[in-house]
Design a protein around this ligand. Structure first.
Ligand code: PAF
Length: 309
């Protein structure tokens, strides 16, 4: 420790788009605590929350060129870089958290993490954002007919955009750091995100209606920059993997807590919560998105996901 403590710790810049009270921040804290402890201070993690390093797409590009070291991101823009992950963005693919976590923790999840290295990224661990729900400022939405014609911000993800188009919604892709202002100024009527994000971003200030559509599970992933990770020793890389695993576990716990308590909080903040959602018509409306996906990417990955829980 004597020799080590005399050396300056190597800074690891970790970015994400959510506030420092979010589930991603809980994950960032666990990453920091674990890496600094395992490395005995060789690495010092500095968290950059709230999109300080840009939106998720920009941060993924940053990993590829080495301007950021570690990113916690949803799969929203990831398919643009690692097309294999698009399968996870299909609506109504997973029925609940247990099923989604089981698939991501199994062979399919590992293969997708491995695939990231073919695209100049290092997949360290699957973390979690949560099941996505729709919010808007216009009206209660309990069926696709209610949603028709709404202008809804989506992630920059063509599978999601396609699904919303099938629902009759006008999808407006946008980086997350611009979303609050767009909702405030009425550039879009609504957005869709998990309870975790709706709480962390205080969307109740700009959205009146929440519909618990749970239309798609939104995974998150802890990614590393190959420029940093490929230069590490095997032992050091192992510390990063353990830190990412600890981060994912802490994040999932926080997601589960907010799934239990978050909806009540949103009611208290004044949102009208529509729980009476018949998912059947939504599932029917988005079906063509599956055909469009398999036409382009084949059905192998989809079959593997469906067969692996
Ligand atoms: O809506 C998004 O872009 C994502 O869900 C978010 C909020 C950036 C979290 O990954």
């Amino acid at each position: 420790m004597g020799a080590l403590s005399a050396q300056a710790a190597q800074t690891v810049n970790l970015g994400h788009t959510l506030s420092d009270s979010s589930h991603y921040s809980v994950g960032a804290d666990a990453f920091k605590e674990t890496l600094e402890r395992l490395s005995d201070g060789e690495f010092e993690v500095v968290e950059h929350p709230s999109g300080a390093l840009g939106g998720e797409r920009a941060m993924i590009e940053g990993l590829q060129i080495g301007t950021v070291d570690v990113v916690i991101t949803s799969t929203g823009p990831l398919g643009n870089f690692v097309p294999g992950t698009y399968v996870l963005d299909l609506p109504f693919l997973f029925k609940d958290y247990d099923q989604a976590r089981c698939v991501l923790d199994g062979e399919v999840g590992q293969d997708l993490l491995d695939e990231m290295s073919e695209h100049n990224l290092v997949g360290l661990a699957w973390s979690e954002n949560g099941f996505r729900h729709m919010t808007n400022s216009k009206r209660a939405v309990t069926s696709p007919a209610d949603a028709e014609g709404l202008k809804v911000r989506t992630m920059e993800n063509k599978v999601h955009m396609e699904a919303f188009e099938q629902m009759g919604v006008h999808p407006t892709p946008m980086a997350f750091p611009e979303v609050f202002t767009a909702l405030q100024q009425g550039t879009v009527d609504g957005q869709e995100n998990p309870i975790t994000v709706i709480v962390a971003t205080k969307f109740w200030e700009v959205q009146d209606h929440l519909s618990l559509t749970g239309h798609v599970y939104s995974p998150a992933v802890v990614l590393g920059s190959p420029i940093l990770i490929d230069g590490l020793s095997e032992e050091e890389r192992g510390w990063f993997e353990q830190a990412a695993q600890a981060s994912a576990e802490a994040t999932r716990e926080e997601v589960s807590r907010l799934e239990r308590d978050g909806v009540e909080l949103l009611r208290e903040k004044g949102m009208t919560v529509n729980t009476d959602i018949d998912k059947g018509p939504f599932q029917e409306a988005v079906k063509p998105a599956y055909q469009i996906y398999t036409d382009q990417y084949g059905s192998e990955m989809l079959d593997r996901v469906r067969g692996s829980d």
